[in-house]
Design a protein around this ligand. Structure first.
Ligand code: HEM
Ligand code: NAG
Ligand code: NAG
Length: 334
């Protein structure tokens, strides 16, 4: 008993973190469903393709779902749970409310998978695969997805409010948010490149275009406001209205997954405060060096992106006998 306790303590130390679990399950594996559900990856890809043809923004939305899943208790599909019984949905938390999209697409994928191979493919793996496919479909890199995640039996509303980074965070806070997840500065810069597609609400970038902290960025060399800022101000008035009017995160190529995000932020055209501070608050020059490297070499960005996504997809996963495979991604099995 004492030895077991000691072991647990050591494990707890090794995996020290705010909401980490003790990792005693087997590691994730490539082609995990090869025997049990050989068409799993194909089924996910087909659905993502159809969803993105119907609604191009869905690629971005699916990518973001995986991110918001992984940063709260790990990549365990906790984000997909609706409020029911004891569960308070993460969907209601500030960073997610009126913002996350793609749940119906995940439902459809799950439905098809349940027809083909019941209780076999986890909702957490669906999110990881859909994110990969979404990026690839919009012209980004493709990577092999490690699989075998299990789904959580709980959600964390408070965790969603606490661990998801905010668009008005300082660089220091963003670095800390990522560090808490075992992701480093390079991962932060690389994964911020996800903002090469998709949209944000006026609510998320109002501070960025009116707050004095960001003003300098928006002057041209003649001290005139840039066109960029004028456009954003017309989309998003300073008064509290129009919270939900949208602007593209990447103004130059809004629907493509490419390296233009990095050129944008170098030019002061990052949409969110969190994009802007990567440049304005980088006192060591380490980030700017990376941003230049990505802006001038898309292949370098793509390779780093793939490896940071694999790393993100590994955050606190449940495997083996941990967790469950949900029948319906919105509810735990009864
Ligand atoms: C660095 C910290 C980050 C912050 C502060 C942040 C914040 C945000 C915010 C505020 C939005 C707009 C939401 C809205 O207004 O409805 C957004 C959109 C988005 N984020 Fe991030 N994000 C971060 C990192 C990431 C990462 C790591 C990923 C993916 C791995 C990601 C993927 C996306 C995508 C794809 C969208 C567009 C979603 C859509 O159009 O539906 N973000 N993000
Ligand atoms: C960021 O925005 C939130 C919500 O609007 C606000 O409560 C918070 O004080 C802001 N934080 C900073 C650092 O400006
Ligand atoms: C927009 O968001 C702000 C900040 O949360 C809020 O005070 C305001 O009431 C919202 N406006 C509308 C029209 O919903």
């Amino acid at each position: 008993m004492r030895i077991l306790l000691l072991k647990l303590m050591v494990l707890a130390l090794i995996f020290h973190g705010t909401e980490t679990r003790i990792q005693d399950g087997p590691p994730l594996a490539f082609h995990y469903y090869k025997q049990t559900c050989p068409l799993a990856e194909e089924i996910v890809r087909r659905h993502v393709e159809i969803a993105v043809v119907r609604d191009p923004r869905m690629a971005a939305s699916l990518l973001r779902l995986h991110f918001h899943d992984c940063f709260v208790m790990g990549c365990d599909a906790s984000i997909l749970l609706d409020s029911y019984g004891d569960i308070v949905s993460e969907k209601q938390a500030g960073p997610n409310l009126d913002s996350l999209r793609g749940f119906e697409v995940v439902d459809k994928i799950k439905h098809t998978l349940e027809d083909s191979c019941p209780l076999t493919v986890s909702c957490a793996d669906i999110l990881a695969l859909a994110a990969r496919d979404a990026v690839a479909l919009r012209g980004g890199p493709r990577w092999n997805v490690l699989l075998g995640r299990k789904d959580s039996l709980e959600a964390s509303f408070n965790g969603a409010n606490q661990y998801l980074p905010a668009p008005n965070s300082s660089l220091e806070t963003l670095i800390e948010n990522f560090r808490e997840q075992g992701l480093d500065l390079a991962d932060l810069v690389t994964l911020s490149g996800s903002h090469t597609m998709g949209k944000a609400r006026c609510f998320s970038f109002r501070e960025r275009i009116y707050d004095a902290r960001f003003k300098e960025q928006d002057y041209d060399k003649y001290k005139r406001y840039t066109t960029f800022r004028r456009i954003l101000r017309s989309i998003c008035p300073e008064s509290a209205g129009k919270n939900s009017s949208l602007a593209p995160l990447d103004f130059t190529t809004p629907a493509r997954f490419d390296n233009n995000y990095f050129l944008n932020i170098l030019q002061g055209k990052g949409l969110l405060g969190s994009d802007t501070v990567l440049i304005t608050q980088d006192h060591t020059g380490e980030i700017i060096k990376k941003v230049w490297a990505y802006a001038s070499d898309e292949n370098l960005f793509f390779a780093s992106y793939a490896s940071s996504m694999v790393k993100m997809g590994n955050i606190n996963v449940l495997t083996g006998s941990q967790g469950d495979i949900r029948k319906n991604c919105r509810f735990i099995n009864n």
